[in-house]
Design a protein around this ligand. Structure first.
Ligand code: SAH
Ligand code: SF4
Ligand code: F3S
Length: 636
């Protein structure tokens, strides 16, 4: 049967949906993105607030003529109410051992604990998800390694109280350390830690593990000690402030967000002022503020919900305005435009970016994980002053090669640079081959998850490539321009996706930006030739002397090896581990392999169509084609 999933609530539920999808597929069902087509409606419910459960009820009513499976977080009282209107109920936390079908090609949720033992007075979670259970460490490591192999770049550890994770001797900091040791470039994030369990060991671990993103959502809920006590949060206002100060002392660049509830039973204006004062003192980067909503069966449900809705709303507005002021980038009435130029190594990105920048008044932000380092010029293929042809470049030579520069460092600097370029009235052009950096900065682009439509496919199958190409051309001329017109499978798939229209699933953009992704396409043979020529040229230019010099300046052999490719193989030659000939040969092979990995990464993005709501990459052959697209894009 065809099914459609509705997911309400938090990341834990989103993660469950990814596993539920697998379970339904195993049962022989097929996902559709068209509700009308579905015979089976899966509702993954949230009970955290009455409004969330109201939306669940509305969905049950809307699809009462179909088979409905209800899953997720449900209170007993609601289960009873819904029981006779639905087909089945599934319980959360049953999905750990299923392989999830992730909805993003770049980020993956990995639940590490389920349930919660904290019994905060307002919260439904301990009742809907039961007692806290931690997953075995080995299982988590295996899942993460698998994801890394599949080129996932962002791993989210999820738990209701994620930092109380404990399995055998492994606590949460130890788990992070173990994951951080896995080679390859990726980031680790987690949601949500509880302040009472935020140990010094955890702070130290985040400080030291370069893969752990310096962002923490640390729910405070209230800034008043009496309210905190009634909420059963197990910390005081003073303890919370002290903790934040400690974290910031260890990592001055960390971003901290929070959850707050306003209008908890009995919360006076004065108590609310205490929350306000705490926020003024801490200056959160963001806050998720909710109006208290009684949940049957919880401790707080027995208290008198005496703050009128209007007053809850007023408090909510005050806090939201204080903490979540719209930044100039996010709230500008007109969307800003940004161009990304990407492609494999040696494909001619830098040159194309300069060409575009000169014609359209742009400035270039390099997105290359090795060109950020000072003194690494020839080996990293850094653009020279002359090649810049007067166009300003940023994010080159900003780091010391002895120290690790992370994607987060890149993101922070690039965000500031973009704002700077925009205030000058120029177009920011992000150019580089480190897909991971581009992802860290701009967020992922999700692959359109459009389920195959077999009836349509069978119909299209009968047509010739020429006919299909014509159909596609009518639907979306630009998509047609970028497709192999002799590849029937691709043509059919493109039409299928366009037919669905809404099939594109975009992650919420981090900025309010219109982004044009330009990719440089090269045939395999052509790229290999370019790589070869460029390598020989750089060897002549003094690449070996450059690596020698870096070592003299104190960059260790181990570090040079870790910097990869040119720095790895040349340093091995300098240490006498390789002959010159072997070095050149092995290096060239490694660069070719690297270019393939880059392309695998870029292929995760959909190919673009001007109609799609989610951006994809426009693959261009030359500068002229690129300029044509930019011109159109800037006019849109
Ligand atoms: N386990 C996580 C998330 C809990 S639910 C944590 O402890 O942080 C997410 C948020 O919803 C909570 O942080 C709280 O701010 C809010 N919330 C939970 N129950 C609520 C209720 N009954 N009324 C209003 N907001 C609530
Ligand atoms: Fe709910 Fe508190 Fe557990 Fe979070 S820690 S899930 S708010 S009981
Ligand atoms: Fe999440 Fe809502 Fe359940 S917040 S844990 S989906 S009650």
């Amino acid at each position: 049967m065809k099914y459609f999933i509705f997911t309400f609530g938090c990341e834990a539920n989103k993660a469950d949906s990814e596993r539920i999808r697998q379970k339904l597929n195993n049962l022989g069902h097929k996902e559709t993105l068209n509700k009308k087509d579905a015979g089976l409606i899966m509702i993954n419910a949230c009970s955290v607030r009455q409004s969330a459960i109201d939306r669940v009820r509305a969905k049950i009513m809307e699809f009462k003529n179909k088979k409905i499976i209800l899953a997720g977080c449900l209170l007993e009282s609601d289960k009873k109410k819904f029981q006779n209107k639905i087909w089945q109920i599934w319980h959360p936390n049953e999905y750990f051992d299923l392989i999830p079908l992730h909805s993003s090609p770049l980020s993956a949720f990995v639940p590490i604990t389920a349930g919660c033992d904290n019994f905060c007075a307002y919260c439904a979670v301990p009742y809907t998800r039961g007692r806290e259970k931690s997953r075995p460490t080995g299982e988590i490591i295996r899942e993460v390694k698998n994801l890394i192999k599949k080129e996932y770049k962002e791993i989210w550890f999820l738990g209701q109280n994620v930092n109380s994770y404990k399995s055998g001797k492994t606590n949460f900091p130890k788990l992070l350390q173990k994951i951080n040791k896995i080679p390859d470039e990726f980031q680790i994030r987690f949601l949500s830690p509880h302040p009472k369990d935020f140990s010094d060991e955890l702070i130290k671990t985040i400080t030291r593990c370069e893969k752990v993103v310096r962002y923490i959502n640390l729910p405070v809920q209230s800034g008043d000690n009496d309210v905190l006590k009634k909420m059963n949060r197990n910390y005081t206002r003073e303890q919370y402030i002290k903790l934040v100060k400690k974290i910031r002392r260890a990592m001055p660049d960390i971003k901290i967000s929070t959850d707050i509830i306003v209008g908890f039973p009995g919360e006076t204006k004065k108590q609310f002022q205490n929350t306000l004062k705490l926020c003024q003192e801490i200056k959160f980067d963001k806050a998720y503020v909710s109006k208290y909503s009684p949940r049957p069966g919880t401790m707080a449900a027995k208290m008198n919900d005496n703050v009128p809705f209007k007053e809850k709303k007023r408090r909510w507005q005050i806090l939201d305005k204080l903490i979540n002021p719209s930044t100039s980038l996010r709230a500008s009435p007109k969307k800003k435009k940004l161009i990304v130029v990407l492609g494999p190594t040696s494909s001619g990105k830098s040159d194309l970016a300069v060409g575009v920048a000169r014609k359209f008044n742009g400035e270039v932000i390099s997105a290359d994980s090795r060109q950020v380092y000072k003194g690494m010029d020839i080996g990293s293929g850094k653009i020279t002053k002359k090649e810049m042809r007067g166009v300003k470049h940023y994010l080159l030579d900003v780091a010391n090669p002895k120290k690790i520069f992370t994607a987060i460092d890149f993101k922070n600097m690039a965000e500031k640079t973009i704002a700077e370029i925009l205030t000058k009235g120029k177009i920011p052009i992000v150019c580089g081959g480190t897909g991971f950096y581009i992802h860290a900065l701009l967020g992922g682009v999700d692959i359109p998850r459009v389920a195959p439509d077999w009836v349509l496919r069978a119909k299209l199958e009968k047509k010739s490539c020429e006919e299909l190409f014509k159909i596609l051309g009518k639907m979306d001329p630009i998509r047609a321009k970028n497709i192999d017109s002799q590849n029937k499978r691709r043509l059919i798939r493109a039409i299928e996706i366009l037919r669905r229209g809404s099939g594109q699933i975009a992650q919420p953009p981090k900025f309010n930006f219109d982004i044009l992704y330009l990719g440089i396409k090269r045939g395999d043979k052509n790229l290999k030739e370019l790589i070869h020529k460029r390598l020989i040229k750089r060897l002549k230019q003094g690449m070996i002397a450059e690596v020698k010099k870096l070592h003299h300046q104190g960059v260790s052999w181990k570090r040079l090896d870790g910097l990869g490719l040119e720095y790895r193989f040349v340093s091995r030659y300098l240490r006498g581990l390789l002959t010159k000939e072997n070095m050149t040969e092995q290096l060239e092979t490694a660069i070719i392999q690297y270019s393939k990995r880059q392309m695998t990464w870029f292929k995760k993005y959909p190919s673009a169509t001007l109609r799609a709501s989610a951006p994809g990459i426009y693959w261009v052959k030359n500068e002229k084609e690129a300029k044509g697209l930019v011109k159109k894009f800037l006019k849109l």
